[in-house]
Design a binder for this molecule. Structure first.
Ligand SMILES: [Cu+2]
Length: 142
């Protein structure tokens, strides 16, 4: 009986360690994102830091195959106009000026897909969207 208990302990110790998720650090400034151009396929945590002086968000949206930033960006102000070019929003992180989000967005990046990072905030009701000022970026999944 003692021998069986010893074997069970060894088996538990020999289990492979979980693969760590990649962390994608996204920094928002007035008005752009600093983030890698490419990411690896698989699970990832997105962390958002607002280094700007106004409220920013980062929305993560998978684009439909063949759709690029130039196609979708002019449509971003009209929610119904660009629905055909994208998948539903995967998640949103919002941070006040100078802050990091306390939580992270967990996503599974699909190989070969393109994901849009975009901020739809505007500084006033009649101001342009931050995306129109340059706060939009495409990530390509390797
Ligand atoms: Cu913004």
């Amino acid at each position: 009986m003692r021998r069986c208990i010893a074997l069970l302990v060894l088996a538990a110790c020999a289990a492979p360690a979980a693969t760590p998720r990649q962390v994608l650090d996204v920094t928002g400034i007035d008005y752009a994102y600093a983030a890698p151009d490419t990411v690896a396929a698989g699970e990832a945590e997105i962390a958002f830091h607002n280094a700007g002086t106004v409220l920013h968000e980062v929305k993560l949206i998978a684009l439909r195959p063949g759709v690029d930033l130039a196609t979708v960006l002019p449509l971003a102000r009209v929610d119904t106009g660009w629905a055909a070019y994208r998948e539903p929003t995967s998640g949103i992180l919002t941070a006040r000026p100078g802050e990091r989000t306390p939580g992270r967005l967990l996503v599974t990046f699909e190989a070969g897909r393109h994901y849009l990072l975009i901020c739809h905030f505007a500084d006033t009701d009649d101001a342009p969207l931050h995306s129109e000022l340059g706060m939009a970026k495409v990530l390509v999944v390797r």
